[in-house]
Structure formats: C-alpha cells, structure tokens
Design a protein around this ligand. Structure first.
Ligand SMILES: O=C(O)CCC(=O)C(=O)O
Length: 286
C-alpha cells in the first residue's frame, strides 16, 4: 500500500544551519530512532548547491573516465552503454576527483552524523545518483543498505545523508521509505535484480531487490534542493522511476564508525564496485 507523498515542509523562519554546523534537534534525533530516517530542511544554501552541481554534472555526463564499474546504471546491468543508462550511479566521486574532498556538504553532513550517532562517525563512502528525465526505468529497487554490505560487522551504526541537488519529487522518483522497518535490526531476504527472470546475477549487475513486508506502508519523501534526508542501515527504502521532464540528482555521503570503516577496509571492502568480493553478504544467508 502506498501513502500519498508527504509534501516538502514550508520554509522555516529560522534555519538550523550555523556555519559548518546544522543543529540537529532532539525531535530530529527521536524521529531518526523511531522511523529510521529524517528530513532536514535548508542544509545547503543555493550558492553552495550550485558550486557542487557544476562538479556533479561532470560525473553524470560521463566526462570523468577511468572509473570501471564505479560508473554504472544502478537500474540495469554492467554491460550497458553509458548513453543507455537510466539511473547514472557514480561511486566514490571524491576518490576519482580529490578536489571534492572537504566540500561544504562533507563538512556539514559529518557534523550531522556525529550529532545523530556519536563522535566516532567518519565518512565511509560517497555516491552521485542521477535519474534521467522521462525515464520510468530509473527506479532504485527497494532494499536495506545492510543487504549490500558485508554481514558480521559488530557495530552497524550508519547515517546516510542524501542531498537533493534538484528538487526530489514524486514525479521524478524521490526516495521512498517504509518507516520502522529498521527496528528489528534484521535483514529481509535480498536477491540480485533480474535473478528471477534469469537476466542478471551479482556478476552482471550490482543491484539487489527484496519482497516488501506484508502490509508495508511506503512513504514517498519529497525533498527540496539544498535539503537532505538521512537514513539508517536497516530501514527499507528505494525510489521509483522518473516520469518528469527534469533530472533528479542526489549526492549521497554515508557515515559509519571509525572502527567499522577500519574493519571494512581490512577485508578489502571499499564500497567500490570494482572490489573483488570475498566476504559474506546478505545473499550468503538465503
Ligand atoms: O535516493 C534514491 O533513489 C535511493 C538511494 C539509496 O538507496 C541509498 O542511498 O541507499
């Protein structure tokens, strides 16, 4: 069952932004714990979004080369031609273009993650996700982020901050969540997208999908340019296709604890799609 889209909040009269900090309120922290995600309004100013978008577009237009599988279509298979991509996924842009490092979204989202989850939160990975206009295929299959990551990490705390570079609306395939699905802290079964039809497996496509829990109520979370959502590692989420004539552009930065990031790196997991997988994932559990 799908709920009507929640509308973007009205412009607040007083911003929670103070320098490189965005003050996360006690109500925000409670909502994050209860629902598994929150929306924070007006995190970046228009001039800051514009500066980031100029760099962002170099990735979404394919101008940055040499990324291997880190530039792929998150809705399709690795063998697609760039011009056929529907959901352009650029993994680890700060590695491929180091001048991105230390930008204002990195600084502000780091502060937000620490206020939500503790001072030991550190940047784990970044990602640019762009949905082409008039592209119903540009859907991100519903999943839990833990489904993609190595299982067995003792401390799973995560704050994934997604900046809307464009307005993110129901029409262009905004993010959608099933609130509260994080509470049990357990993985639902995931499978490679297209596995049922025999059209893909994990070596041909990165994308996973899952059955939605019975009676699930999906909330379409619209977000205005410059505002962000933050979600945790267990909440079920994804997004629909782009039925509008506008791009949807999203800049994701995920934070995990220093100990967890050190553990990931020690087993060779960097969030690059070029990693050779030699650890257990959700697929080993089904
Ligand atoms: O923003 C979206 O379309 C989905 C992004 C997502 O699944 C994620 O960042 O984990």
């Amino acid at each position: 069952m799908s709920q009507p889209a929640s509308r973007p909040a009205p412009i607040p009269t007083r911003s929670q932004r103070q320098g490189d900090d965005y003050l996360v309120s006690a109500a925000d922290r409670r909502a994050y714990a209860e629902r598994g995600y929150i929306t924070l309004e007006h995190v970046l100013r228009e001039d800051e979004v514009q500066a980031i978008e100029a760099i962002y577009d170099r990735f979404s237009s394919g101008a940055i080369t040499g990324m291997g599988r880190d530039l792929c279509d998150m809705s399709g298979t690795y063998d697609m031609a760039f011009n056929d991509y529907a959901l352009v996924n650029a993994m680890l842009p700060r590695i491929y273009l180091p001048s991105l490092q230390g930008n204002c979204f990195e600084r502000i989202s780091a502060s937000i993650s620490r206020q939500l989850l503790g001072e030991d939160m550190t940047l784990d990975y970044d990602q640019f996700l762009s949905k082409k206009p008039n592209c119903p295929r540009a859907a991100f299959a519903m999943h839990q982020d833990m489904g993609y990551w190595p299982v067995g990490t003792p401390d799973t705390r995560t704050a994934t901050c997604s900046l809307a570079i464009t307005d993110s609306l129901l029409a262009n395939g905004c993010i959608q969540f099933i609130p509260g699905t994080h509470l049990a802290r357990r993985l639902f079964p995931h499978r490679p997208k297209g596995a049922d039809a025999g059209t893909a497996d994990r070596s041909t496509s990165h994308t996973l999908e899952m059955e939605l829990p019975a009676g699930a109520e999906v909330v379409h979370q619209e977000v205005r340019r410059g505002s962000i959502t933050v979600h945790d590692e267990w909440v079920v989420h994804g997004s629909g296709g782009n039925g509008s004539d506008q791009w949807r552009k999203t800049y994701v930065i995920a934070y995990r604890s220093q100990a967890t990031v050190a553990y990931e790196r020690s087993i060779g997991f960097t969030h690059s799609h070029n990693d050779r997988v030699n650890w257990k994932t959700a697929l080993d559990l089904v």
